[in-house]
Design a protein. Sequence first.
Length: 327
Amino acid sequence: MTSHIEGLSRRRAIIVGAGQSGLAVAASLISHGLQPQIDFAVIDASREEERTWDRRWHSLRLHTTARESALPGLSFSGDPNRHPFADEMGHYLTNFARTFAIKPIWDTPAIHVRKPGEGTTLELITSRGEVQTRNVVAASGAYARPRRPDWAYDLVVPGATLHSHDYLYPRQVPPGRVLVVGGGDAAVEIASELGLSHDVVISTRNRRIDRALRAHHTRSIALNNGDPAATGAITTRPPVINATGDTVTFSDRTQLTVGSVVFATGYLPGDAWLPDTVVPHHGRAVDTSIPGLFVAGIPGYGDPHAPRIGTVARLAQRVARRILERP
Ligand SMILES: Cc1cc2nc3c(=O)[nH]c(=O)nc-3n(C[C@H](O)[C@H](O)[C@H](O)COP(=O)(O)OP(=O)(O)OC[C@H]3O[C@@H](n4cnc5c(N)ncnc54)[C@H](O)[C@@H]3O)c2cc1C
């Protein structure tokens, strides 16, 4: 396919992913004198209007403050101590890219990367064609693909079946009983929100789920400047062990018929396009076993805190230095 992608060959680096990790690497390269679009390019699988933070549930507020959530070179506008909503983070990243004149190429998933021969060139295969480049940065996200339990595929409900990856607001879920599966922040936040309008049952192995729900309620009050946040009735149940039709069986052998289900059961990283053989190199946080292939923001390849905004900038500087050191 002839496309602008072919014109990208011979760039010094291609960054895969235009989230905060990819943009932070781009900004670090710029701080070392490289020019966006000319010396390096950023590609992203998403369409421009459907980027990661735009796809997260609308009531989501960052756990980090605006000050902690900013990348070097651009502050959030407004109160630095507030906890921004997900869409504010999306706007912030759009402004960040604009400020640094970074123009990601959207709707262009990376499919594979390989190193042919002994030279320094890497071949990046994308949905729009192949690119030759000396460096590829995998910044395709730690929380990219929804993970579901095995029994999820046996559950057939009359209402909605969603993952927290797709959940945006309560109206997506028809009235009635909804089972929320999971015990982390996403489960607590989504169950609390749905509890205001639905009959919510949360199934989890988290024995401290009641405490987590109370803590979330207290946090909501604080975020609402002291206004009491309404809270819905939520029933907690043990983990589901299997499902048939619209009925689940819990580990205590009790059963429940549900109308809808939301899986808040975690994510897999966006690394399916990397070769299976890629491993971190010498325990370093950004290098891999393929020279010229670097990873930013995916914890399985080194730093366990890699996706956190505070860590991203430090790792991005390291990636940029490694790219500049290479022939
Ligand atoms: C619900 C939730 C709330 C969070 N809240 C916070 C918080 O409050 N504070 C904090 O510090 N961290 C938080 N995090 C963690 C982290 O900051 C976010 O996950 C953040 O989005 C990670 O940024 P990223 O750039 O590494 O990945 P992403 O934002 O996921 O960006 C990756 C990009 O890569 C693209 N991509 C994926 N695969 C391909 C491919 N094959 N080819 C091309 N492009 C591809 C995607 O389209 C995406 O645009 C949160 C995470 C989640 C899931």
